[in-house]
Design a protein around this ligand. Structure first.
Ligand code: GTP
Length: 375
């Protein structure tokens, strides 16, 4: 055991009511597609509506009675552990299993084997969903396959891997990024599984491996029962900055048309705020500033006179100066946009300074330019 593994686990007898108390979250990826937002912060804890992404996932699991969650970590593990702690604030127990070298999605689960017994959930650590996990677990216990995989419909299956099932819902085949003539279903792997522990014997220890291209094909090859669970509900993976922005704006819209404040802020009565807008604590919004929702301001943001924020997400401590306009942007922690800038569809990393009068076109220089020297 390393110091990452916070405590011993109490084994739960197979078949007991406690069978659904465990989940593993895959939180060890590098999140390269989400750069520059992930240059200084690992993807699992990027803020979504001002709370770490993992918190949203954990609260979803808590709702269905999960009591213990194993976080498999590899990239920037300390940042994740510092943010999420031992889980007591969510009423659960969190365990961390660290990979010195990233082991891939299935390799990570094998590495956490000693924490696992009975069927357990596996969650990609970058998914937000309203899929009915309780019903998925019930279905698994009824059919009792080796694996149940949640399947979600998408409009553009050629970008993903499709999962073909038979008339009983049993998985037959995975087809990675099919061309349109090979598309037989719009259902894709939602990155949520329930696994029986016997599956772990198919995963080689200490070697990188992935569910999609190694373990799942192997299970099908040897004829292990493998159930597909087609699921309705909101589902999105926060893999790219565009999707990251969309998740924030979608979730805020789902909360309703209000101005949500978290703690004290100074909002000048002559500021115009069109909900839904989420305002973190300690913000300062000046007279004549306009904020058009959905929009999220992290804690300690400053929006100066006549600045205009629209459909954007600002992380903690962002400053937008007089007369600047920010539309459909994500602005990383403590970045500073000087006067009279016009930014649209821009993703800025942390600690970026955007010089006075920068226009949209100029701001579209490669993202690397926006990365702080501190990352
Ligand atoms: P990209 O670099 O942008 O592809 O992101 P990523 O590294 O997160 O990869 P991907 O989106 O394919 O990962 C899906 C989920 O699996 C995420 O929650 C990752 O954190 C997780 N994951 C990916 N690789 C590993 C790994 O080697 N170990 C662990 N523990 N988790 C991983």
């Amino acid at each position: 055991m390393t110091d990452w593994e916070i405590a011993l686990i109490i084994p739960i007898p197979p078949g007991s009511k406690e069978e659904r108390t465990k989940a593993v979250i895959l939180a060890g990826g590098k999140g390269t597609r989400l750069r520059p937002l992930t240059c200084g912060m690992p993807k699992p804890i990027v803020p979504v509506l001002n709370r770490p992404l993992l918190e949203h996932i954990l609260l979803n699991l808590v709702k269905i009675g999960v009591k213990e969650v194993v976080l498999t970590v590899s990239h920037m593990p300390d940042a994740i552990r510092d943010k999420m702690g031992d889980g007591s604030q969510y009423g659960i127990r969190l365990y961390y299993v660290h990979e010195e070298t990233a082991l891939g999605t299935s390799g990570a689960i094998k590495n956490a084997e000693r924490f696992l017994d009975g069927p357990f959930f596996v969650f990609n650590g970058d998914i937000l969903t309203t899929i009915n996990l309780d019903d998925m677990a019930k279905r698994h216990l009824e059919v009792r396959p080796k694996v149940t995989i949640a399947l979600t419909p998408v409009e553009n299956p050629i970008m993903y891997g499709i999962v073909e099932t038979d008339e009983h819902g049993m998985v037959q085949r995975f087809v990675e990024k099919p061309t349109w003539d090979k598309v037989t279903t719009n259902l894709i792997n939602a990155g949520i599984y329930i696994l029986e522990t016997d599956v772990l014997k198919y995963i080689p220890p200490g070697t990188p491996s992935m569910f999609e291209n190694y373990v799942f094909p192997k299970l099908l090859e040897v004829g292990e029962p493998f159930l597909g669970y087609p699921a309705d509900g909101y589902w999105i993976d926060i893999g790219t900055p565009e999707k990251y922005l969309k998740v924030n704006l979608d979730l805020l819209e789902q909360r309703g048309k209000s101005i949500f404040t978290e703690g004290e802020s100074r909002i000048d009565p002559a500021a115009e705020i069109e909900p839904p807008v989420l305002i973190g604590s300690g913000c300062d919004i000046a007279a004549g500033a306009k904020i058009k929702g959905p929009a999220v301001l992290g804690p300690g943001c400053t929006i100066a006179e006549n600045a205009n924020i629209e459909n954007s997400v600002l992380w903690e401590g962002v400053r937008i100066c007089t007369g600047s306009s920010i539309k459909k942007c994500v602005i990383g922690e403590r970045s500073y946009v000087q006067e009279d800038c016009r930014l649209e569809d821009c993703i800025l990393g942390a600690y970026v300074v955007v010089g006075k009068g920068t226009t949209e076109w100029e701001a579209k220089i490669p993202p690397k330019t926006f990365v702080s020297p501190r990352t």
